[in-house]
Design a protein around this ligand. Sequence first.
Ligand code: ZN
Ligand code: ZN
Length: 304
Amino acid sequence: MKSVSALKAVESTLMTINGRTPAYVELTERFGPVFISSARLRDELVAEGVASLEIDPVRLAAGVPVLVGSDFSQWTDLLSSSVKRLLPELLEVLELEDDACEALRVFFDDSDTLLALVQARTEGDWKHFENTSVQLETVSATTLLYISEIVFSPVLCAIAETLGERLESHSWEHGHCPVCGSSPSISQLSPKEITDLDQLVGGGGKKYLHCSLCGHDWRYKRNACPSCGNDDSESREVFYADDTRFERVEACHKCGTYCLNVDLRECEPLPHLDAIQMGLIHLDIYAQKKKLTPLVSTLWNSLD
Ligand SMILES: [Zn+2]
Ligand SMILES: [Zn+2]
């Protein structure tokens, strides 16, 4: 599923959202182009091939994601070119003040600061983002985080693509990504499979969490909360709209978080799991009215 064109998936997902919910058109027209540019770059990097990493089974068994603590300098050029491609468009879309745009351009132009930032992001070092925001003066830590994630994502997606198959032979039962350590923004029930032998369509429905940063999907217990592991059905709840039961909010009242879920057995064509979230804001609003917090805050689920 992962090796299909991200660009095609984003384009068809945007069309699906617009066709279904005209109220979201304003949002998809504003942010859609960023998704398209990011997906195009990801596809190019996957096609060209990027440097990969060895998987250390001992570290992985101890719950340490592959990219945490690794040397990112081998991908400096890719990260810099992603900045060149995506940052100008992103600054325009975010409608930041001129001085903030200038500060960000200068900041992201420096490869050392870029490497420190990607390292901080994969290590969950939010202090680094706060300190950098203070230095930049005109940009909030949250904005800096969103921008960083968007410019790092195509490169990290291409790296994750090189690790995906090899990771399948290792067990990983955590709610954070085995590649980059991020939390999932959405989960999926896997699509029906066509077996070569008899053309029978069936199966699927296995639960995978989808990484909000590197796009890796990893298998997870179907009835457990990705945040705290709670699998008690009394304190977990599922919400959906009656006409779209295949799109849900999975909530955990033990830790107060929620995660979106899409049943891909009901989706044709398969959506792009990041872009589709723009079309699920009604679920975010519903969950947040219930005082639940998203596992990952995105531009959409934190819009007022
Ligand atoms: Zn990841
Ligand atoms: Zn929980």
